[in-house]
Design a protein around this ligand. Sequence first.
Ligand code: ZN
Ligand code: ZN
Length: 183
Amino acid sequence: MKVGLAQIKTGENAFAFSSTSDAWLRELAQRLSLQGIQIPGTIEIQMQLTKLEPDYYLKGALQFEVEQACGRCAETFRMPIAHTFELGLAHVVGTGKKAAEASLSEESEELDISYFEGPEIDFGPIVEEQILLSLPYTAICRTDCKGICQTCGSDLNQGNCGCPKYNPVNAFAMLAQLKNEEL
Ligand SMILES: [Zn+2]
Ligand SMILES: [Zn+2]
């Protein structure tokens, strides 16, 4: 996923990638699978790169699915992810980071800036970071997932198991009572 600077025209340039067999992507997939997150399908990547002389403005969109176990009911489920991002890309040549920062901050004060050196832009590390940012904090198969019964372990989405409801207030009251009896 590298694009040579010579290939980039003045103005807008569109690039599309459908997950590649790049080493970084395989490594990322491996790292995520250790955390219980699988990416079963392809990752669709769209980029719009604008040449600003001397720097670049990047708008990107990612689309893929993650597969993981629900934090409540432990069922494996798939979730579609659609993520967009904007980034300033500063070419570090001689002038250094400060100059690049100054030229890009004219475009937008709040733009995150990423730096690159050399004659090409490698989208790999950029996309990797954005994939990580796009992952959900909590894995819940659906907002109303009832989870598993604390007593018998059955999946409460399949129906009520009939166990009495676990009530932490009562449990503490019982503990307090036991303690009093011991004394
Ligand atoms: Zn669930
Ligand atoms: Zn139960």
